[in-house]
Design a binder for this molecule. Structure first.
Ligand code: NAP
Length: 284
């Protein structure tokens, strides 16, 4: 049994399989989620349940947070019964959500004032990589704190890299997700164009996935297009969040602007579906 006691906050598409990895790795894991139906499977695996972030942090050494956005982080730290309503001296918080560098800096300052450490550690990879501990983790924050929690991160990812001070992980993640948005729109437009010219989706994707520009993304999302399956691994609304955050810190390229317009236009209808549902928007 690993002796570090872990608190896990956020049981969404990513949080559940990531927390499961740590339980499987023999950590004692206490979980908290805002809505109360998602904890059952983890409880069956041996997780302890906390009713609030405040209760969770009281019995844990390291708290990992995997929630949607800046507003959720604000709530988890500063809300009623939030982390900051507890005694947190000596604890380490690892925020693995994709959020702004600004909120990381704000929470880092407040953690330091209370004698705790904060790392931003967002991830590249989706549900499949989370289920197999194959995520890529990019970290910003104190080097000593990073070294302390590295064994935990190594259970979640195939690689973890510390890039610099607080917010550095968030910046790298927003850069990567701007390319993700371009890939996604590009794949959708390519399939729609081929279809319009009489090429079947299956034939086009078979060629694409055996050619020079094949990658794991075109394979997974190509399969989703063929199956007409838009169950979210990464919800479309989250890429709108990420492009908006990137824009706020200066991403102003023609392609990024176009992608933000496209995904924003798709959100109302397809925001809860996987991001490749943008193909339905592109088809019109
Ligand atoms: P998700 O399935 O939408 O889950 C979001 C989680 O955040 C849920 O546990 C939700 O609680 C919680 N939450 C949202 N607003 C909250 C609030 N105000 N207070 C407390 N909790 C709140 O998201 P996900 O796909 O797991 O992604 C989590 C983060 O990782 C996001 O920042 C996303 O951009 C990033 N990410 C996702 C992927 C992916 O492929 N899915 C890959 C890399 C990074 P409820 O259950 O109560 O709604």
């Amino acid at each position: 049994m690993n002796t570090t006691k872990i608190g896990w906050i956020g049981l969404g598409n990513m949080g559940i399989p990531m927390a499961e990895q740590l339980i499987t790795a023999d950590y004692t894991v206490t979980v908290y989620n805002r809505s109360k139906d998602k904890e059952t499977a983890l409880k069956e695996m041996g997780a302890l349940i906390a009713e609030t972030p405040k209760e969770l942090i009281a019995t844990t050494d390291v708290v990992i947070i995997m929630v949607s956005d800046d507003a959720a982080i604000e709530q988890i730290f500063n809300g009623q019964e939030g982390l900051f309503s507890a005694e947190i001296s000596g604890k380490i918080m690892i925020n693995m959500s994709t959020v702004s560098p600004a909120i990381s800096k704000e929470m880092d300052t407040l953690c330091k004032e209370k004698g705790a450490q904060y790392l931003d550690a967002p991830v590249s990879g989706s549900v499949k990589q989370a289920e197999t501990g194959q995520l890529v983790i990019m970290v910003g924050g104190d080097e000593t704190a990073y070294e302390q929690v590295k064994p935990i991160l190594e259970k979640l990812g195939k690689m973890a890299v510390r890039l610099g001070d607080t917010g550095a992980g968030n910046l790298a993640k927003l850069a990567i997700n701007s390319l993700l948005a371009l890939y996604t729109q590009g794949l959708a437009e390519t399939v729609v164009f081929a279809n319009q010219q009489g090429i079947k989706t299956e034939d086009l994707l078979n060629l694409l996935n055996n050619g020079a520009i094949a990658n794991i993304f075109t394979k997974i999302k190509g399969d989703a297009i063929i199956a007409d399956n838009y169950k979210p691994a990464f919800a479309l609304k989250h890429i709108v969040k990420d492009l908006t955050l990137a824009k706020a810190i200066g991403l102003d390229s023609p392609l990024a602007k176009t992608a933000l317009n496209t995904f924003e236009a798709a959100t109302a209808k397809y925001g809860e579906e996987d991001l490749i549902a943008v193909i339905k928007q592109v088809k019109g």
